[in-house]
Design a protein around this ligand. Structure first.
Ligand SMILES: Nc1ncnc2c1ncn2[C@@H]1O[C@H](COP(=O)(O)OP(=O)(O)OP(=O)(O)O)[C@@H](O)[C@H]1O
Ligand SMILES: Nc1ncnc2c1ncn2[C@@H]1O[C@H](COP(=O)(O)OP(=O)(O)OP(=O)(O)O)[C@@H](O)[C@H]1O
Ligand SMILES: [Mg+2]
Ligand SMILES: [Mg+2]
Lengths: 265, 265
């Protein structure tokens, strides 16, 4: 099972949109996919129209209680299950704060009962707090959605340092798989400049002793496309909502590129 | 002094862009403005090109150490000072977690040494954690930047509940001033639908016993405009970077509308 955290502490860069549509794209290509929603906003859960009322456990009970990982998993379509989040997850960060090995709770639960899947994708909240650290400790690869804008680029250094710190302290096999440009405004000077900066940075890091030595900027760029913003209000992935849109094209291309890209770990 | 927290736990909706450009717009209208950066990403600090490397205190030392509030304030232009943040602020949430009255630390420091200003604006991180709670406990009004998209709208209910909880427990005078639509794609069906939903919600809440009984959707809408995304890379407000752009027009109109709107508190 390939395990990938989709994270970036910068808000609104396309983490959830990428996690959901990449998961759906991989499932459409015949892979078994488990999507984990580790964001208290529960947007990945909402995006796919998953119902969290009812008695079934959510990821909150898995992290803070005795619920097994698989008890939070709900099938949402051909080859895709979602470990759903609820707003109670916001309390988890403060509740876990006093625990020993508080960053390893998610990894322990995953190891105790791993899902039957080829890919495990984890949608992270826009912060470097305990929930994100739990994700980084549990996976082997990190995918960073990046909006090609100055404020979004600025935090990349801090992100890499966080990945290096987690690899050093909690999870030696953690590697950066790469960045994917989202909401890409084709043709603006800013987008081109940012993309060139990032590509040059990773070129220069080739072969270094860092967790990003094999990282790449994915060739697929996800263009800005209003259909991607509309799909969540129907509880659907972009493939269900607007199969012929640019958004569906780009996320299908991204899924295919990921399938061709060997694990960074 | 009018005190306003600019917050929304949804990421990337325009909090920092609004905090910085509204502060600059109010200063240009002759008001004395203090902008507080409570986000560990330090994007408001970065956006205005403020240098945090020297020996001067940042907001981290104010919250976790003995530094006074005014020691973190740096003048950045006519009538505008910034209480700057650094990436050490990320550690503040965990460091404050064990303190008594952990949500009131910022308020106490502000009361001990208030800045000489007509307006105090606080840029918040994309979460409902301790830093945001500190902001909500310290101010009288909340302004919510809202991207007119489904995922961004979905969290509004939770935001209002958080404001109500803080007003009930920590800060009885806290009121929602209103929402301002950012990155408004004029003409899309989604934007119009979301705007109408929000306006209808606040109409219906008029006169209720809630902290949002007087809230309004600001008439000024900030259109999507690439100049707003470029300005931070030059360390400038939109007024310095592109004075004739749509972005400058919209934030000037927002500043003027705010000056005409009586306090909600
Ligand atoms: N390529 C795109 N084109 C147009 N809209 C997009 C695109 N990608 C995402 N969006 C929209 O932009 C907003 C932000 O995206 P999203 O919520 O996926 O970001 P995020 O990084 O998960 O945010 P958060 O930091 O709050 O978790 C959403 O309203 C989403 O629908
Ligand atoms: N009206 C606009 N038009 C175009 N780009 C915008 C606009 N407002 C903000 N942006 C850009 O969109 C991105 C998100 O905005 P911003 O960083 O202000 O949001 P935020 O809510 O503060 O994000 P965070 O949740 O990470 O704190 C930034 O790159 C910013 O430059
Ligand atoms: Mg998200
Ligand atoms: Mg911000």
């Amino acid at each position: 099972m390939r395990t990938i955290a989709i994270m970036n502490q910068k808000g609104g860069v396309g983490k959830t949109t990428t996690a959901v549509n990449l998961a759906a794209g991989l499932a459409a290509a015949g892979r078994r996919v488990c999507l984990v929603d580790l964001d208290p906003q529960a947007h990945a859960t909402l995006h796919l129209g998953v119902d969290v009322t009812g008695r079934q456990a959510s990821i909150y009970e898995v992290l803070t209680g005795d619920a097994s990982f698989s008890s939070a998993c709900r099938p949402v379509g051909e080859g895709l299950v979602v470990a759903a989040s609820g707003i109670d997850l916001a309390a988890a960060e403060l509740e876990l704060a006093d625990r020993e090995n508080r960053e390893l709770v998610f990894r322990e639960k995953l190891r105790a009962g791993p899902p039957e899947a080829d890919y495990l994708l984890v949608d992270c909240p826009p912060s470097l707090g305990l929930l994100t650290l739990n994700a980084l400790a549990a996976v082997s690869e990190v995918l960073i959605p990046l909006q090609p804008q100055f404020l979004a680029l600025h935090g990349l250094g801090k992100l890499l340092e966080t990945i290096r710190a987690v690899a050093g302290r909690l999870n030696p096999s953690l590697r950066l798989l790469g960045v994917v440009f989202c909401m890409y405004d084709t043709g603006t000077r800013l987008a081109t400049e940012v993309r060139q900066d990032v590509e040059a940075f990773f070129q220069a890091a080739r072969g270094s002793a860092t967790p990003w030595a094999k990282a790449l900027a994915f060739r697929t760029r996800v263009r800005r496309n209003i259909r991607l913003a509309e799909a969540p209000s129907f509880g659907q992935s972009i493939f269900q909502y607007a199969r012929t849109s640019h958004g569906a094209e780009d996320y299908q291309a991204l899924a295919e590129e990921l399938l061709r890209t060997p694990p960074a770990a």
